[in-house]
Design a protein around this ligand. Sequence first.
Ligand SMILES: Cc1cc2nc3c(=O)[nH]c(=O)nc-3n(C[C@H](O)[C@H](O)[C@H](O)COP(=O)(O)O)c2cc1C
Length: 222
Amino acid sequence: MHVVIINGSPRAQKYSNTEKIIASFAKGLSERGASFETYAVSNRESWERIRDAYIKNEEILIALPLYVECVPGLLLEFLETLPKKDECTRLSFLLQSGFAEGCQLRCGEDFLRKLPGYLGVRYGGCLVKGGNFGIRFLDEEKQKQATKPYQAMGGLFAEGDGFFRDEAKKFTGPEYFPLPMRLLMQFIFQTFAKKTFRKAAASWGCNTPLDEKVWETNPYRE
Ligand SMILES: Cc1cc2nc3c(=O)[nH]c(=O)nc-3n(C[C@H](O)[C@H](O)[C@H](O)COP(=O)(O)O)c2cc1C
């Protein structure tokens, strides 16, 4: 199996969590005898090369972060440039995010499930996992530890069933956290986190409240 892996994050490769996840996933692929080539949409100059690889290959994996509950805008823009192909090509996804509950990623997953149909190709499933906010802030050794579970998923993918096997479904972890944990997180977000966000915004020159409902105060609203 030869896999074309496309990093769908708009973040520069050097800082991208997806990039580190891909590295671990690809290690798993190699261990099981699969080969791969990698690309990143963050560099617009490489779009033509990525399109070319998409056209010439039949096993495509797009690894992407969840941005505002769905697919990053830059990736959507790139996807619009792809030509239609047929069902000999299989398109699979690795969707990862900051927040850890599986439910956070389901809207994005639903969109991705429909995407291969628009492109005329076959769907290979979507590996879904959150809890990845911090990867890029870790040192190299800790990054390797944090992304190690993706290596096993690379090995699984190399076996040929996409992400439809039970191991891939279980990889997501809990769909919802238990109630006490949710309450604790709500408390943290309403207090300490809110204060930190406000401070950061002020340091960037923002002096309107972060929860301002601009649509209510807009004088041009009908
Ligand atoms: C603009 C933006 C929007 C984001 N929106 C979400 C979100 O809706 N839900 C979530 O769980 N994480 C969200 N995240 C966190 C990213 O999914 C997470 O940090 C991911 O690992 C980033 O991967 P990257 O570094 O390859 O872009 C967002 C991050 C950014 C920068």
